[in-house]
Design a protein around this ligand. Sequence first.
Ligand code: ADP
Ligand code: AMP
Length: 219
Amino acid sequence: MQVMMLGLPGAGKGTQASRIHADYGIPHISTGDMFRAAIAAQTPLGREAQSYLESGRLVPDELTIGIVRERLLEPDAALGFVLDGFPRTLPQAQALDGMLKALAKPLDCVLYIHVQEEVLLARLTGRRLCKSCGATYHLVFQPPLRAGRCDVCDGELYQRTDDTAEKVATRLQQYAQTEPLVDYYQERGLLRQVDGEQEIDSVYDEIKRELDRLQSRSR
Ligand code: ADP
Ligand code: AMP
């Protein structure tokens, strides 16, 4: 199963993608996570991407397409994948089409998590992540059992440097480059809109119904 998550920053793509990964056993491929890991390790890729992530701007297409092309060739991606945060521009979407054609692994659906912009600032500024395993929390909407510690691995929770009001404003402006993808995938018959303003569990119920329908169709 090849699935892609689409939606504004803070819509809930990562939260839902990690549940899909856990339930369906397909890798969760997040370009944002890949860039953050590269920055933490100060690899050449990380050093190139750092200023873009810190300012909230998109990393250039060439660099981003390159890391996804490599990632999709890893053995676990043969099972399928859930793409989170890629593609974010039309050239990225077209490059992905080419990659998936070459791999004979077409996208099954694009889950478009729809939310009003007004809810995003509170979601993003309250977001916390685990330093060790990357699990996502929210101070109010999805609090950890113990303040500052991860429920899964007891790792330390931190706030992303781009989850501030100022950087969120830049990231929302950058989303203008991603918005055309809604039509792009709608025209290809792949878009499934999900109401992202429900409780996290209810959003996932909607997604699960869609994915189970897909799986039963392909059996
Ligand atoms: P994205 O990957 O789209 O940027 P995340 O999945 O990281 O977004 O979610 C952003 C923040 O909002 C996180 O702190 C997460 O816990 C919280 N969140 C996600 N989905 C919901 C929801 N349906 N209701 C309330 N908060 C949510
Ligand atoms: P995310 O974790 O998806 O919110 O992404 C965090 C940051 O990583 C973005 O603000 C961009 O700087 C960069 N990034 C992630 N995915 C992409 C992409 N597909 N294209 C360009 N930049 C990206």
